[in-house]
Write a protein that binds this ligand. Structure first.
Ligand SMILES: Cc1cc2nc3c(=O)[nH]c(=O)nc-3n(C[C@H](O)[C@H](O)[C@H](O)COP(=O)(O)OP(=O)(O)OC[C@H]3O[C@@H](n4cnc5c(N)ncnc54)[C@H](O)[C@@H]3O)c2cc1C
Length: 385
């Protein structure tokens, strides 16, 4: 039996997220898009509404939302403002390895406090020389007695400057390459964490993105997640969980653009009639509506597989790639429907175009998603060198 209907709880969740996005995010989106202040007030309200800790298991006082629930609210929040959504999503990205790989003690010590008091977390994988090739990261964590000493630099870290907790990927056995990578839980107050330049970004300007350096940062051995050498797997499994929500964000941004474009097309009169009556505009709108539905179904399917505990590397990659490419195409088409006004900052369309672009880059570029998909679809090739 295939059932596409949402449960009553899921409908209520979606309505709550939509109302939050409409009341708290959308009206503040242009203000925080200027990029000169962090949306502390909106994040505090997002915490109070339970969005920031929604995926932390109920056993640790979190919302315990399933992956399907998460993509449903992700679409709504990104519809409100992709930049603010990124702040919430990046925190979940850092919580995920703890609830997937942490011990009960680690979950109590590091996740539970986030459910009592507003706070954000950051996932520190990328380095200047190790972007798509994350296995080549150079940050080291050398064991000294009962602790690890972390040294190295990370770049493009979302929430890096505002987080209370970091998940840091570092190599504990550099000779082993990617198989030497380990993941550590690092509290913000640990000496030696240096926050570097804050990036001046094209879009998602409500989010904080920084360079970070770890200078002799000492963490107790019990802050290791899983085992030594498991870090690459921790990162990849985490991304399997978080890529569908990026696809959902693409659907939310595309939907926001389409809603604006439909309203505009119905009221903008040229040659004596609303431009929505020109078949060119109407067909564009039909095409975009179709693609938005298709992307949502890919996203829901990937999330459903996750909830069933089934393997979903390919499907998560498809959801992320299709959803973000859709956002890029749709926002550009909708900007075109606005004509010259779409190009002006007074109208919301140019922000949506800028915001879409990042969805194709972070959490693994869409080229990397195509690599993941093609490897699985093509399978092993005899005689491949
Ligand atoms: C605003 C922002 C926020 C971010 N937040 C975080 C965060 O919180 N934590 C974190 O760890 N990282 C974060 N990132 C990093 C992001 O995940 C990387 O930028 C991304 O993985 C790509 O790495 P790169 O920028 O080094 O590009 P590169 O890897 O240098 O890629 C450059 C180009 O080459 C292509 N390419 C690379 N390898 C291949 C290949 N094998 N086949 C085909 N094409 C390929 C890429 O697709 C891309 O088009 C963030 C990035 C941005 C821009």
């Amino acid at each position: 039996m295939i059932d596409f209907s949402l449960t009553e709880e899921q409908q209520a969740l979606r309505d709550m997220a939509h109302e939050f996005a409409a009341k708290e995010m959308k009206p503040n989106a242009a203000k925080y898009d200027r990029g000169d202040q962090f949306p502390d007030d909106v994040m505090q309200k997002a915490f109070e509404a339970g969005f920031i800790t929604c995926q932390i298991p109920e056993a640790y006082n979190g919302g315990g939302l399933s992956d399907v629930d998460t993509v449903i609210i992700s679409e709504e929040l990104a519809w409100g403002c992709a930049g603010m959504y990124t702040t919430i999503m990046a925190s979940s990205l850092a919580f995920t390895p703890i609830f997937l790989f942490g011990t009960d003690e680690q979950k109590r010590k590091f996740l539970q406090p986030f459910t009592d008091k507003m706070g954000l977390a950051a996932f520190c994988l990328t380095e200047r020389e190790a972007g798509s090739d994350a296995g080549a990261l150079k940050t080291k964590a050398l064991k000294a007695g009962n602790e690890y000493v972390i040294n190295g630099s990370k770049c493009f870290i979302t929430n890096g400057g505002v987080a209370r907790l970091y998940i840091v990927f570092a190599n504990t056995d550099p000779e082993k390459g990617a198989r030497g990578i380990s993941a550590f839980i690092v509290p913000r107050e640990t000496p030696g964490i240096v926050i570097g330049k804050e990036e001046d970004k094209m879009g998602h300007r409500a989010s904080n993105t920084v360079e970070m350096t770890f200078e002799d940062v000492k963490v107790p051995a019990e802050n290791l997640l899983g085992k030594e050498g498991l870090g690459f797997l921790v990162a990849m499994r985490t991304l399997d969980h978080t890529r569908a929500p990026v696809g959902a964000a693409g659907v939310g941004v595309a939907r926001a653009a389409l809603e604006y474009a439909i309203d505009y097309a119905k009221t903008r009169v040229q040659f004596g009639k609303p431009i929505a009556l020109f078949q060119n505009t109407a067909f564009k709108i039909a095409q975009m509506a179709m693609e938005i539905n298709a992307a949502r179904h890919l996203v829901w399917h990937a999330a459903w597989l996750l909830d069933q505990g089934k393997s979903c590397g390919k499907e998560s990659a498809m959801a992320k790639c299709f959803g973000s490419d859709l956002a890029m195409r749709t926002t550009l088409e909708c900007l075109q429907i606005f004509g010259g006004y779409g190009y002006m900052k007074d109208y919301p369309m140019e922000k949506l175009v800028r915001d879409s672009k990042l969805l194709q880059i972070y959490e693994g570029t869409n080229e990397v998603q195509r690599l993941v998909i093609s490897r699985e679809v093509i399978g092993p090739i005899k005689d491949a060198k």
